[in-house]
Design a protein around this ligand. Sequence first.
Ligand code: SF4
Length: 62
Amino acid sequence: MKIYVDMDKCQHYGQCTFEAPTVFALNDDGKLEYTGEVDDALADQVEAAADVCPMQAIEIEA
Ligand code: SF4
């Protein structure tokens, strides 16, 4: 599955990093970094991350 985060929306709060820590992380500058393509086994985590994102910035493409 593919993941896209709209960086114009993302406010780098980091809630997604708690739901899917192997996919999303905040770097040393506090900016979000993420993996754009992940195994479908992580779908539940990624969907949970998208759900908690307060900016609805995470888009998922199956
Ligand atoms: S939860 Fe949403 S706004 Fe926060 S860092 Fe993740 S993508 Fe960005």
